[in-house]
Design a protein around this ligand. Structure first.
Ligand code: N01
Length: 543
């Protein structure tokens, strides 16, 4: 048991990723005693944990950073879609500039949090037995934090090596010349498969549901020191407007859909527009197309048909092509997160790569030597990669043993459905706030954008509490119900309501199927949060 140099805090933050770091930065000027507890040995959140081969940002890097000029003026991305290593360097740059680490306790995993009504404080206990009392408790633990490791029968008997992508060994895992299996074809599965295909003697990819990927079209931003000066000027011209614009788009990105609807233009215009978006690369065909692509199934089908035509021609074996880009997909295009790929579809043309369609032939069990599918085939492997995703959005909160008022736990409270107000607080849990959590734009918003929106809003709330000598802040069931209705109502107007993915808890057994993100977009979300603040934090009981 370690003795922390403090036992009393004003705010304890969990997590040193984008959200936690920004929160610490915004709370400091208030003169509060604030610390971050971070489970990992370094800062960066998901960008510390996800060090599997090929781990790479799939949002354009210029949007995927803090908007503070003190940070971007001295930072130059080398690639539009940087790898995990460059992301870690970015976090070290942020730390250096903002001098954050002195208030961060690394290797410190919070095990439990218990509200003490008499003291109006949270008692926080860490895995190593440290106990801290804090007035406010902020959970900035990330959207995709808790790995989902399916309970495959026989996994414990497997003689080879198996790893979840978010628990990859820091010193790497040798895939060269190995027989590798990847289960899962989300962003992580796609990225790790591309790398494994280049060096494994055999790569078997187990796909349960086809998940469309768009070409990344990676590009360098600057390559040599001589270009730094021009990059500096370019950033000065571009960035201030870009960061302001990001708050005006649904996804907190510098781009969004066009105002026209799909069938308001001629088929030819539509086709050429899709071609242009596809050629540009990135998420354009998903997020920058016609305004009804994610609300009208027929409009959505047009995008999918275009994407399918493009994809089918990249895969030589028509049977494999049909599995990767089926005529009748399980989900509408983009209601499950679209991944970016570099050569994902071409790897299936290699002799050493095989696709196993789990929808036809599910995994029965893991043997000592491999994976046995329902048809009786034993796929012999040395390395098993679980690219199986996460208990997303709410999972990083429910993973902590949190007891609120009257001993109610957050797991119990959300077991039948998530109840929050503005996606930042939940009744029965006074003085507890979360960022990038359930019912905020979280899963559908650029991470750093959401981190800044919440960071600023919560810092203002703390300032208000300080000024008014408020010690206790709790939302109420009526406010939560109103917010829940809004979140569900907007979701029902979109195709997201029809999709099965981590966006709505469908990937976790027994997790309620419900919208875990606010799909109304960043501008509306900010407006709602601002209105609450302007009305003296209406929906919260302050005392
Ligand atoms: O996880 P996923 P991910 N048997 O949930 C399959 C972010 N991210 O780690 O579709 C067999 O998307 C599952 O199948 P199905 C990004 O936001 C970002 O890839 O449920 N298969 C699916 O194919 C992303 O969206 C970057 O049928 C099983 C896969 O596993 C999010 O993290 C990089 C299974 C899981 O896909 C999550 O991505 C990486 C089972 N029992 C991740 N259980 C960036 O570049 C699950 N699957 C920023």
């Amino acid at each position: 048991m370690s003795e922390p140099p403090y036992t009393e805090l004003d705010v304890l933050i969990i997590g040193a990723g984008f959200s936690g770091l920004y929160q610490l930065h915004t709370l400091r000027p208030l003169g509060l005693r604030v610390k971050i507890f971070e489970a990992a040995p370094d800062i960066g959140g998901v960008w510390y944990w996800n060090c599997y081969p090929g781990a790479r940002v799939d949002t354009g890097s210029e949007c995927y950073q803090f908007s503070l000029s003190s940070l971007w003026k001295d930072w130059n991305w080398t690639e539009m879609f940087p790898g995990q290593n460059e992301m870690q360097q970015y976090f070290h740059h942020v730390d250096e500039k903002l001098d954050l680490k002195k208030d961060i306790c690394l290797n410190t995993r919070v095990r439990s949090a218990e509200w003490q009504e008499c003291e109006k404080k949270w008692i926080i206990r860490t895995e190593d037995g440290t106990v801290v009392r804090t007035r406010f408790f902020f959970i900035c633990a990330g959207v995709n934090t808790e790995p989902l490791i399916p309970k495959f029968e026989g996994l414990d008997t497997f003689k080879g090596v198996w790893r979840h992508t978010a628990r990859w060994p820091r010193n790497g895992l040798d895939l060269i010349g190995k027989r590798v299996a990847v289960i899962g074809t989300g962003a992580s599965g796609v990225q790790v498969s591309q790398e494994a295909a280049a060096c494994a003697s055999k790569l078997t990819i187990f796909q349960r549901t086809a998940n469309p990927c768009l070409p990344m079209r990676q590009r360098k931003i600057y390559t040599c020191t001589a270009e730094l000066e021009s990059n500096k000027k370019r950033k000065e011209d571009l960035y201030p407007a870009m960061f302001r614009r990001m708050l005006q788009t649904p996804g907190g990105l510098a781009y969004t859909s066009v105002p026209q609807t799909t069938f308001s233009v001629t088929p030819e215009e539509r086709h050429l527009f899709y071609e242009q978006l596809y050629a540009q690369g990135g998420v354009g065909l998903w997020l920058c197309g016609y305004s009804d692509a994610l609300t009208d199934r027929k409009a959505n089908d047009e995008v999918y048909a275009f994407w399918r035509r493009k994809t089918l021609r990249r895969i030589k074996d028509p049977k494999v092509a049909e599995k990767l880009a089926p005529e009748h997909p399980e989900n509408a295009f983009g209601v499950k997160r679209i991944s970016l790929e570099q050569n994902f579809y071409e790897i299936f043309n290699q002799d050493n790569v095989e696709l196993v369609d789990l929808s036809e032939n599910p995994i029965e069990r893991i043997s000592e030597d491999g994976i046995i599918t329902k048809d009786g085939t034993e796929h012999l492997i040395d390395v098993l990669v679980m690219a199986t995703g996460f208990d997303s959005i709410s999972g990083s909160i429910t993973a902590i043993d949190i007891k609120g008022k009257n001993g109610v736990t957050i797991q119990e409270k959300w077991s039948q459905g998530t109840h929050t107000y503005l996606g930042v607080a939940s009744s029965d849990f006074p003085n507890m706030f979360f960022t990038n959590g359930p019912q905020a734009p979280s899963g559908l918003c650029n991470g750093p954008t959401c981190a800044e929106i919440h960071g600023e809003w919560l810092a203002n709330l703390m300032k208000y509490a300080q000024t008014k000598h408020i010690e206790r802040i709790e939302t109420c069931p009526e406010a939560e119900e109103g917010w829940r209705q809004l979140v569900f109502g907007i979701n029902a107007m979109t195709l997201f309501a029809t999709g099965k993915s981590w966006y709505n808890g469908a990937n976790i057994e027994n997790k309620p199927f419900e919208p875990l993100s606010f799909v109304g977009g960043v501008p509306l979300y900010m407006q709602k949060c601002q209105e609450v603040a302007e009305h003296n934090y209406e929906g919260f009981v302050l005392s």
